[in-house]
Design a protein around this ligand. Structure first.
Ligand code: GTR
Length: 348
């Protein structure tokens, strides 16, 4: 199917925004979908509790850092694992929100990444605040001592994204890291999280969404698989309360997710899909990249340099500032995906 025909069929309203006014667009997404992120912490410290300079056969340095953030007179701590190649040069690096704390992990092929010259600062999202509706736990309890009050108060995605930005604050002080080459990355719900971190914090040189789907990279109107009704029924606490208004009511959304992606322009963006991940909907993810490209064009930069029909498994596009690939198989963050991301970054 022709992508343009698909986009035409979605029949988006003219929202009437000036897309170059990023502050206004970002505010819309924060007010109506994710909720506002917390302010900067007034306590921020870290402590390396474990260090191994000969990690992975001596090729990298491993550190376990306990990060503490405080606000409202309360504080919480969570571990961040730093694995950095041993070299004299500053290295590009990923800020990686993961589902588990294991390093390596099935979504995190640590040795392969190090061997390609990239560092990684990773954390387990549930160590920050649990993936449930309890807002007394961890960072949620620090930010909302009296629970969430406003319909625009940030959900858990906002809290996890905020931590990705704080990890960047930490990275700024680490001389082994090239702070101009920081990439936010996450898979699925954490792909949505990485997109939000990249949208709010332009210190991220690149932002990677792997299979983020509904309320992530995918266009909402006309989407197959998961809808706002599905996601907000199952995971209302990921979002702000306002987002619930759009259940079975997508047409009333005052925006589309391609505008969310556009907030990252002209910086690097990468969207990855999996062919059998119909719940996320690869077509809606690809169409979103095509549509977001106009924001890049307006800045005189190529966004997605792709094709007019929907790509088939194992096709990739790495030429413009929006990278895209679709791989065979199901919802997963695989070695194939990581290698594609690093191929793209190596070329930039
Ligand atoms: C699903 C959710 C998706 C995606 C996924 C995941 O259940 O509906 O939007 O976030 O979880 O994070 O694995």
């Amino acid at each position: 199917m022709m992508v343009n025909k698909y986009i035409e069929d979605i029949n988006l309203p003219d929202f009437g925004y000036d897309l170059s006014n990023k502050k206004e667009i970002l505010d819309l997404f924060l007010q109506e979908e994710y909720g506002y992120l917390p302010p900067l912490p007034n306590i921020f410290k870290w402590d390396a509790t474990e260090e191994n300079k000969v990690y992975l056969r001596g090729s990298a340095t491993y550190k376990k850092i306990i990060m503490t953030v405080g606000l409202n007179g309360r504080e919480c701590s969570f571990p961040v694992i730093s694995v950095i190649p041993n070299t004299n040069q500053k290295v590009p690096f990923f800020v990686f929100a993961n589902f588990r704390d294991a390093v390596p992990d099935r979504y995190y092929p640590t040795e392969e990444i190090i061997d390609r010259g990239y560092g990684v600062l990773s954390f387990c999202y549930q160590d920050v605040t649990k993936d449930n509706d309890d807002f007394t736990d961890g960072l949620a309890g620090v930010v909302y001592p009296n629970g969430r009050q406003e319909p625009t108060d940030g959900g858990k995605i906002s809290l996890w994204a905020w931590v990705m930005c704080r990890i960047l604050d930490y990275a700024q002080d680490q001389e082994e890291l090239d702070i101009t080459k920081a990439t936010a990355i996450g898979h699925s719900r954490l792909g949505k999280t990485a997109l939000l971190a990249g949208a709010v914090d332009d210190r991220f040189y690149c932002t990677i969404s792997n299979d983020s789907g509904c309320s992530g990279a995918a266009i909402t109107r006309g989407k197959r698989g998961e809808t706002i009704k599905d996601i907000y029924t199952n995971f209302p606490y990921w979002f702000c309360e306002n987002y619930g208004k759009y259940m079975n009511n997508e047409d009333k959304l005052p925006f589309e997710q391609n505008m969310f992606l556009s907030l990252i322009a002209p910086r690097l963006l990468y969207v990855a899909s999996a062919q059998e991940d119909i719940w996320a909907d690869p077509q809606a993810e690809y169409a979103s990249c095509v549509m977001a490209s106009s924001a890049y064009k307006a800045m005189g930069i190529d966004g997605l340099v792709g094709k007019d029909t929907f790509p088939q498994a194992d096709e990739h596009f790495h030429k413009g500032n929006i990278g895209y690939h679709i791989r065979k198989g199901t919802h997963y963050l695989s070695r194939y995906d990581w290698n594609m991301f690093m191929d793209f970054l190596d070329k930039k």
